[in-house]
Design a protein around this ligand. Structure first.
Ligand code: 13P
Length: 252
């Protein structure tokens, strides 16, 4: 069985004191939430302090990006071992905002995913089409390109440690979420791609999250779909109440 995973992507929000406040509220409510895997991904500047807060609780820590090199002259970048050293278990890779604004490509996503896996981190690899691509009927082509090339060359064991996040770009931060049918259609397609590339059991075990305007009032519909195994939450993860409600909404 696939365990539901809800991750909060705080993006470029929350100062250190704000992060501490939010992490404390989340931990207070979800410290013993073992039915659902809960991950919070604060900005780099807050990772260390938030790590101390969620330590010894069921809440796990993730980062929002990572560089593939081990160390060296890469000003502004952060390595896998640095993330491990502050208690990260997960790292988001290839978010559409990084693809759109910071030149991230399938090739760099692939390098980052491999480096993360080699370092013992679990990558949450984001894929998804833009509005124009959907309107032109290219959704499956774009998703196939992202899945096959961002995850190229991964062994079966490595693939089992990856979480795929399907985030249609048109649904991110817009308040317009994919319908449960739209999400399920793409998730099932991703699972078919994994079956073709690996085998049936691998395809059945890999978790596929949905992301894009997930809110407390739409999570239960989305999570009710056969191939939707969780959510990557942006805006609604910035308030403790809505994030906690989303996690609890998966229990019903
Ligand atoms: P929103 O939940 O704000 O739409 O953001 C989704 C997202 O990009 C999560 O990574």
């Amino acid at each position: 069985m696939r365990k539901v995973i809800i991750a909060g992507n705080w993006k470029m929000n929350k100062t250190l004191s704000e992060s501490i406040e939010l992490a404390n509220l989340i931990k207070r409510s979800l410290y013993d939430m073992t039915e659902i895997e809960v991950v919070i991904c604060p900005p780099y500047t807050s990772l260390s302090d938030v790590s101390e807060i969620v330590r010894d609780s069921a809440v796990k820590l993730g980062a929002q990006d990572v560089h593939w090199e081990k160390e060296g002259a890469f000003t502004g970048e952060v390595s896998c071992s640095m993330l491990k050293s502050v208690g990260c278990e997960y790292v988001i890779i290839g978010h559409s905002e990084r693809r759109q604004f910071f030149g991230e490509t399938n090739e760099t996503v692939n390098k980052k995913a491999k480096a993360a896996l080699a370092a013992g981190l679990r990558p949450i690899v984001c894929v998804g089409e833009k509005l124009g691509e959907r309107e032109e009927g290219k959704t499956f082509d774009v998703v196939k390109d992202h899945v096959e090339n961002s995850l190229a060359g991964l062994s079966k064991d490595e693939m089992l440690r990856v979480v795929i996040a399907y985030e249609p770009v048109w649904a991110i931060g817009t308040g317009v979420n994919a319908t449960k049918e739209q999400a399920e259609e793409v998730h099932a397609y991703i699972r078919r791609l994994l079956k073709k590339k690996y085998d049936d059991s691998t395809a059945r075990l890999v978790r596929i999250q949905y992301g894009g305007s997930v809110k407390p009032d739409n999570i239960s519909q989305l999570i009710g779909q056969e191939d939707v195994d969780g959510a990557l939450v942006g805006g609604a993860s910035l308030k403790a109440d809505s994030f906690i409600d989303i996690v609890k909404g998966c229990l019903k």
